[in-house]
Unconditional design. Structure first.
Length: 283
């Protein structure tokens, strides 16, 4: 079975480990192309996923064989962080949604009619002596005349993306995955390390961070105001901040000093030699 990956899927997979590519392809092979959901039409389990992730052992190869279920779960978590899947599992039913996968609204057909059309198949047609009907020219041989239900032109062959899907996409264009990146970039303080905008934008798109934009922007402004490392000029690159998901980390507090000493240590009240002499003379 062929698996097609769109540009957004390839962008999200870029730089990921090979095991994650394999995990995503396994899910894509059993995805419902009408809904983008894995696990409803065809039930899946961690055991079946692990079996599909099997790697043939070979000399000099590591990590071969069938992986443990814990590794498959870690791959699913990593895929979710990359924006490739959304875990919608309920109780014992394992379900994933693939938000970046291109969906084909022509895939399902009613039972008892023609076989389901998917992006991997084209409607069957009767062969002609010169295949003229396929390319839009009439076939003069009466024995090869096609019925009205059979495609007569090349345009009648269903493309991977149906007309219904194209009309739906035109009426409801997908929101850009970097719609709020400029707001994040504007909130970043104008330090010397405010560079690498293109790299940061690519990470923002790959991680689909528009959904977390409010949290990230608020954290950037708070760190610019009171993070001692940022205030001392040790702020990270924006791309490093996004890639490390540093908005989830606690902001350290600045340790103030009193008279050059650390306030966390107990005060040393031992009198100096000069003070002891004064106390002795006064006695």
């Amino acid at each position: 079975m062929s698996v097609l990956l769109g540009n957004e899927e390839l962008d999200a997979l870029h730089g990921q480990i090979p095991e994650l590519w394999q995990f995503y392809v396994v899910l894509k092979q059993v995805m419902d192309y009408r809904t983008g959901i894995v696990g409803h039409e065809v039930r899946i389990s961690w055991r079946t996923i692990c079996e599909r992730l099997y790697i043939e052992p070979g000399q000099g190869l590591t990590g071969t064989g069938t992986p443990a279920k814990s590794k498959a779960r870690r791959l699913a978590e990593r895929a979710e962080r990359a924006g490739l899947v959304i875990d919608q599992s309920q109780e014992k039913q394992l379900v994933f949604f693939l938000p970046l996968a291109k969906r084909d609204f022509s895939a399902p057909n009613k039972p008892g009619t023609n076989p389901a059309q998917t992006r991997h198949t084209i409607p069957a047609h009767k062969e002609t002596s010169n295949q003229a009907g396929l390319f839009g020219e009439s076939d003069q041989n009466p024995a090869h005349q096609q019925s009205e239900e059979t495609p007569k032109t090349r345009q009648d062959i269903r493309s991977p993306y149906s007309e219904e899907e194209s009309m739906c996409a035109a009426a409801h264009p997908a929101a850009p995955r970097t719609a709020r990146f400029d707001e994040f970039w504007g909130a970043w303080p104008k330090y010397q390390r405010k560079t690498g905008k293109k790299k940061a934008q690519d990470i923002w798109k790959r991680k689909a961070l528009d959904s977390k934009a409010d949290i990230i922007i608020a954290n950037v402004r708070e760190r610019a105001a009171r993070d001692p490392q940022w205030l001392d000029g040790f702020d990270p690159l924006p791309s490093t901040y996004l890639n490390g998901e540093q908005w989830d980390e606690d902001i350290p507090e600045r340790r103030s000093k009193v008279n050059g000493s650390d306030p966390s240590r107990p005060a040393d009240n031992t009198p100096t030699p000069a003070k002891r002499r004064l106390l002795t003379n006064a006695a």
